[in-house]
Design a binder for this molecule. Sequence first.
Ligand code: SER
Length: 315
Amino acid sequence: MSKIIVIGASGQIGSDLTLELRNRFGNENVIASDIKNAADDVMSSGPFEPIDVMDENRVLEVIKKYDISQVYLLAAMLSGSAEKNPKKAWDLNMKSLLSLLDMTKEGTIKKLFWPSSIAVFGPTTPKHDTPQTSVMEPSTVYGISKLAGERWCEYYFRKYRADVRSVRYPGLISYKTEAGGGTTDYAVEIFYEAIKSSKYECFLTENTALPMMFMPDAIRGTIDLMEADPAKVKIRSSYNLSGISFNPRELADEIKKHIPEFTISYKPDFRQQIAESWPESINDADARADWGWHHEYDLAAMTDVMLKEIRAKLK
Ligand code: SER
């Protein structure tokens, strides 16, 4: 069995992804790593290695130690945090990708997953049903780093046949580990506040619609893409991936069906401008046609699970 490492296993995607990979491929075959300790079930269910992704030698040491063939590189700084620290975000998001691309090129690892984002699009991109190939003029440092990363991925594939695969995640909603520093984070925070205090102050305006997805769909899609026959992975920059699209008012209305006393208020901050530069909905026909992507959760089904799981977690 080829070994897998998740770099960024303490984060919002990494914690769920590590557990699902272990579930499918065996606990010992999936190494979790991060600069800080991960959730208890990630720490206790299989190997964990402390890694600072900026330390290339350390990454290589762990890859050699376990004879790793597949890397999921999830360590990154998200949109909101990156605006506060542009150079650091650029360094973290780019240096880690380039060093892993080199390891893929050299054959040290066989396959690399790297996430891109809807943030690659910008204010001049068509907002609705945004096509796979479109105007791409991102206005955030996070988006600039993701777009540059996509171009590097495609370049390494075409020039060196490096097997790198990627999707443009929409805002991801999950109950296990909270996101941090993202513009779509409101759609996670709102559930905690709804349960704790029946009210939430949203940092985006009520009509700000964004592309979103429930984490189980994102995890299944990610692993499906990595397991797909390489010939089917025709796009080597990054695939558009669509789940649900909603705005804060629609999400609040859905929560009210479960918690009638829930109220939402709006106090937009600097993230409003970021959100306004992104698409409202995404066309993912290529992912569907090439490797069979589909989403399962709609707004109602996701809300139902989120409330149940967060209630259980807070008890
Ligand atoms: N969820 C991310 C963010 O808000 C977008 O990829 O930064």
